[in-house]
Design a protein around this ligand. Structure first.
Ligand code: IMP
Ligand code: MG
Length: 193
């Protein structure tokens, strides 16, 4: 089923209870089909760029978990993955500006081709911090794959090497991304209004 990107869907359509007074209106920004096509393209590009090499995907918990699981399966290389976790917005829509490491990777990254996999590149604070943390582990290469890039929000000098979609300054949920820990399981990426 292909949803036109202008379709409005109430959270109830995704199984969220109408009894919850906080249920917002959701508008589909990228349908599951659009996401699948774009993630497959990113996987093909990574496969070409790293031909003959091993890669380690490092997903930033929790938002990038679903993106990583689809991306990993579209990469035809000797690849593995790991996860890292940082403190985030809490239950706010605004970033507090402070980043702390909550969970480090489990494996040695020395000499590895790392691809840091993130849901959204927003101000860039999180990925700038994680880039420093990971470069200190002396990888062979470090690249960044971000499903979404909120270009107008950037305050840090950082770019992703692989970007799914550029989006305006809107708050999105679904496909791993949350608002106060909700809506991560929506198969489409939706704007909260
Ligand atoms: P940054 O440090 O400002 O680049 O923020 C990046 C993190 O903020 C992302 O990994 C997301 O977890 C979160 N974030 C930014 N924008 C959104 C959004 O629209 N929806 C959900 N999470 C977001
Ligand atoms: Mg995140």
């Amino acid at each position: 089923m292909l949803l036109p990107s202008s379709v409005f869907r109430l959270a109830e359509n995704y199984g969220f209870s109408g009894a919850d007074k906080q249920v917002p209106d959701l508008k589909v920004l990228f349908s599951r089909e659009q996401i699948a096509r774009r993630v497959a393209q990113l996987g093909e590009k990574i496969t070409r760029d790293f031909a003959g090499e091993q890669v380690v995907l490092i997903g930033v918990l929790k938002g990038a978990a679903i993106f990583l699981s689809d991306l990993a399966r579209s990469i035809q290389l000797d690849a593995t993955f790991d996860f890292i976790s940082v403190s985030s917005y809490g239950n706010e829509k605004q970033n507090s500006g402070e980043v702390k490491l909550l969970k480090d990777v489990d494996q040695s990254m020395e000499g590895k081709n790392i691809i840091l996999v993130e849901d959204i590149l927003d101000t860039g604070l999180t990925l700038s911090y994680l880039r420093r943390v990971l470069l200190a582990k002396r990888p062979k290469t470090l690249h960044i794959a971000a499903l979404l890039d909120k270009v107008p929000r950037r305050t840090e000098a950082i770019q992703a090497d692989y970007v799914g979609f550029k989006i305006p300054d809107e708050f999105v949920v679904g496909y791993g991304m949350d608002y106060a820990e909700k809506y991560r399981n929506l198969p489409d990426i939706c704007v909260v209004s």
